[in-house]
Design a protein around this ligand. Structure first.
Ligand code: PLP
Length: 422
């Protein structure tokens, strides 16, 4: 199992058929239908343990980033391993609480938190808010005062480094909307320290996503270490250093996942010298390669220079290829030797509706199953009902056990909540 590419996760071929752990994908398709998200619980647990072990000398709080895959069964899997959680909305906090997970290991980020979300988080007793503007400090302080709570704040600092990833998932450059530059962060922090009902507890960084080289993390940490030292001396309550997520995974054979040993080699010496309690917010690294989107080819269509495999999954199910030009490997569930050149597309009325474009694909016929790999992160959680297509079902596998963890939506779900104009 260890010799196969990372993007295969715990998906393997046996006698020419792809399995999720001990369960044939064809059996899951027959029972749950397609399109279907299939997750390996073992792969999720393994990734968590691997990261934890690499960093065991600093014993960080690993806050799983809920946005990557917010299904309650996934959240509970990480809660059992001792994870905390990184949320960016009241809805994500609600999901964590609905999964029966206490709020005291939850950190709440995001540039535009609403007053009711702040109030909800305060009442639930989260660990801290990360704040991204001076105005937000006042807003949180006002809400805390109104309800007689104390809000713990960590200031998100934008270190101005380039993590060399896709522009849309770069967050720590000066032109990005996220965080405060060091000078503004100083002013915001000083203001917070003068207010009642808030406490300055930490500093937060998150430089981007799908980062494969640890160097930018080292660069970002070096940028902010003087500020950490300054605040540590100034505020007795200052103890958390949250270095965000962003650790990348293998989407194609020509790249590797973030090497957690190299990551640790870069960040641990820098983190150690701060004497702070460390938080990480990994999302993709924990779940990305642990999931596939299983779909069935409905139509094979020839055009003059390529073949279209038209599947029953589209950009509403997995938007990453359309949104970022992201690459996902496409594997046949029943192995075939032949390849064809073409696109794997969905049934949606957009030319951007593709899951793979102008590449070599398995030469499968109508009715055959395909697995779109590395779909465990930002797959279902970014899916929509565009073209009034009910969202896919999700299933979790562990060993030879499998369980539906989200029902397929129905046409009735599409119109639920709508009201006729009277
Ligand atoms: C503040 C913050 N933390 C953590 C993450 C998780 O990133 P990743 O899934 O790349 O680890 C994100 C992703 O957007 C984020 O914005």
């Amino acid at each position: 199992m260890d010799r196969q590419p990372d993007y295969m996760g715990h998906f393997t071929y046996r006698n020419g058929e792809m399995y999720a752990e001990e369960v044939p994908l064809s059996a899951l398709a027959a029972q749950y239908g397609t399109p279907l998200y299939v997750y390996s619980r073992t792969a999720m647990r393994r990734q968590f343990e691997r990261l934890k072990q690499s960093l065991d000398t600093i014993r960080p709080l690993l806050c799983y980033s809920v946005k990557a895959n917010s299904n309650g069964a996934v959240l509970r899997t990480f809660a059992e391993l001792g994870a905390g959680f990184d949320v960016v909305s009241g809805g994500e906090l609600y999901r964590v609480r609905a999964a029966g997970i206490p709020a005291d290991k939850v950190v709440f980020a995001g540039v535009g938190k609403r007053e009711e979300e702040i109030e909800y988080a305060l009442k639930e007793g989260i660990l801290f808010f990360t704040v991204e503007s001076e105005s937000e400090v006042r807003q949180i302080a006002r809400t805390a005062q109104r309800i007689g709570a104390c809000a713990r704040l960590a200031f998100r600092v934008n270190p101005g480094v380039d993590p060399k990833t896709h522009t849309y998932i770069t967050t720590g450059k000066k032109e990005n909307k996220f965080g405060l530059d060091a000078e503004r962060a100083r002013r915001a922090c000083a203001e917070a320290a003068s207010l009642s009902n808030v406490e300055v507890v930490g500093l937060h960084l998150h430089i981007g996503s799908q980062i494969l080289d640890p160097a930018p993390y080292g660069e970002a940490l070096c940028q902010i270490l003087p500020l950490v030292e300054e605040w540590r001396n100034r505020h007795s309550t200052f103890r958390w250093l949250d270095i965000g997520g962003g650790l990348g995974i293998q989407y194609r054979l020509t790249e590797g996942s973030m090497n957690t040993a190299c990551y640790a080699e870069t960040v641990v010496p820098l983190l150690r010298q701060t004497g702070m309690s460390i938080v990480l917010e990994p999302g993709r690294y924990l779940v990305g390669n642990a999931g596939v989107l299983l779909c069935r080819v409905a139509v094979v269509k020839q055009s003059h220079h390529k073949t279209f495999l038209i599947a029953d999954a589209g950009m509403n199910d997995l938007i990453r290829p359309a949104l970022y030009g992201a690459h996902h490997e496409v594997c046949p569930v029943r192995q075939v030797a032949e390849r064809l050149f073409g696109d794997l597309v969905g049934p949606i009325c957009e030319s951007g509706d593709f899951l793979a474009k102008e590449r070599e694909l398995p030469a499968v016929g109508e009715g055959e199953l395909l697995a779109v790999m590395s779909a465990g992160a930002y797959g279902f959680s970014m899916s929509s009902t565009y073209n009034s297509r009910p969202r896919a079902a999700e299933v979790m596998v562990e060993g030879n056990r499998h369980q539906g963890i989200r029902e397929r939506e129905t046409w009735a779900d599409l119109v639920r909540g709508e009201r006729a104009w009277a």
